[in-house]
Design a protein around this ligand. Structure first.
Ligand code: KG4
Ligand code: ZN
Length: 359
């Protein structure tokens, strides 16, 4: 079965065509379909948000409207098909207007071709992409750490396409948002993650004792908070200005990055050990961070966990992840969502697939 999949929850417009093969004779559906990518294209409106220091929802929605048809045509052309057997799209969580553009476009394609529509969960897609190709083992009992400009979540995964459980999340800023805000404080531009990552390599991670929020016994053990860390960096910047000193930006970057990655990896490994998971999976734009990968690898090895990190193009938002999730849901026998399927900006992690309300 060929599936056209569309992603538009934030500032990337992704389209992909995936081909899924499974055994239809298995009772209860095939839990391990083989999925491969036939075509994929992504457009990003990141540059249009740069002067605002973060994603502006209205600009993102307009950019999706412009990019949707070109990226879809590109994915179909690469795949060499004119009509897939099903269409899937992200219906939540995400920005309301952005979701509406992608899901409406996807439903219009499905209706025009007369094929079923599946409305799926964006976060489930970040997890499912790890099962692309040679299905990654261990996703029946795993913890996912999803970190980007929009999410910071620890999720308990019990199979691709199965309802997930949120073990922890951020009380304020997302991890990527913290990078972007600190970069802004330091005058480093947007997005902040890549430049802080690069500058941190030349700095001393112990130069500043930045706070690790919610890390004391009795604190919300698997939740995160980054606003105090951001304030601590702001204080250093202000103090240096007041005293007319030059601030060592590389040291600030390294110390900030160490604080973020220390907390993320410590809690992720603790979560995995607590639920008895054998795999820690990283996803989201911040998963590209060199220190996060290094520390996660070291701590997973020490705890006897396997670390899965998808390639960078599949860590950031993309259509392929939506296609892989849809393939697993369809192979497991899920009913189609219907063209009346809504979008839900606050879609819960327990809901892998949305359907049109009855009646
Ligand atoms: O997944 P993504 O492209 O989507 C959005 O959330 O929009 O993630 C973008 C985020 C930005 O906040 C960016 O600063 C961060 O990921 N990021 C990084 C790195 N590369 C991107 N953060 C830390 N280190 C990096 N190397
Ligand atoms: Zn995402």
């Amino acid at each position: 079965m060929d599936i056209l999949a569309i992603e538009s929850s934030c500032d990337e417009t992704g389209a992909a065509v995936v081909r899924a093969d499974w055994d239809p004779t298995l009772p209860g559906g095939d839990p391990a379909p083989r999925v491969r990518v036939l075509g994929e294209a992504v457009a990003s409106s990141m540059a249009e948000h740069a002067r605002f220091g973060g994603v502006v929802p209205e600009i993102a929605s307009r950019a999706h409207l412009e990019a949707l048809v070109p990226v879809t045509r590109e994915a179909l052309a690469q795949a060499g098909i004119d009509r897939p057997d099903a269409v899937a799209a992200t219906v939540g969580p995400g920005l309301a207007g952005a979701l509406l553009v992608g899901a409406s476009g996807a439903k219009a394609y499905a209706a025009a071709w007369g094929v079923p529509f599946y409305g799926v969960n964006h976060l489930g897609g970040h997890v499912a992409v790890d099962a692309l190709g040679e299905a990654a083992a261990g996703l029946d009992q795993a913890v996912a750490l999803l970190v980007s400009g929009g999410h910071t979540q620890l999720l308990h995964v019990r199979g691709v396409g199965a309802p997930m459980v949120e073990l922890g999340g951020t009380l304020d800023d997302a991890a990527g948002e913290a990078y972007d805000k600190v970069a802004r404080l330091l005058g480093l531009g947007y997005p902040g993650g890549p430049v802080i990552d690069r500058l941190a390599a030349a700095g001393d991670p112990a130069a500043f004792a930045f706070p690790r929020a919610l890390s004391r016994p009795g604190d919300a053990a698997l939740d995160f908070s980054f606003s105090g860390l951001k304030t601590a960096v702001a204080r250093e910047v202000e103090a240096a200005e007041r005293e007319g000193r030059e601030l060592d930006v590389a040291d600030v970057c390294a110390s900030f990055q160490e604080a973020v990655c220390d907390v993320l990896t410590a809690k992720a490994v603790r979560a995995a050990v607590e639920v008895g998971a054998g795999v820690l999976l990283l996803g989201g734009g911040v998963a590209a961070n060199s220190r996060l990968r290094e520390l996660a690898a070291a701590r997973c090895a020490a705890a006897g966990l396997a670390l899965h990190v998808p390639p960078p193009r599949l860590c950031t938002d993309n259509g392929t992840m939506i296609g892989v999730l849809a393939a697993h849901l369809i192979a497991a026998g899920a009913a189609e969502s219907g063209y009346g399927c809504p979008t839900d900006p606050g879609l819960e992690v327990e809901t892998p697939l949305l359907t049109a309300a009855a009646g």
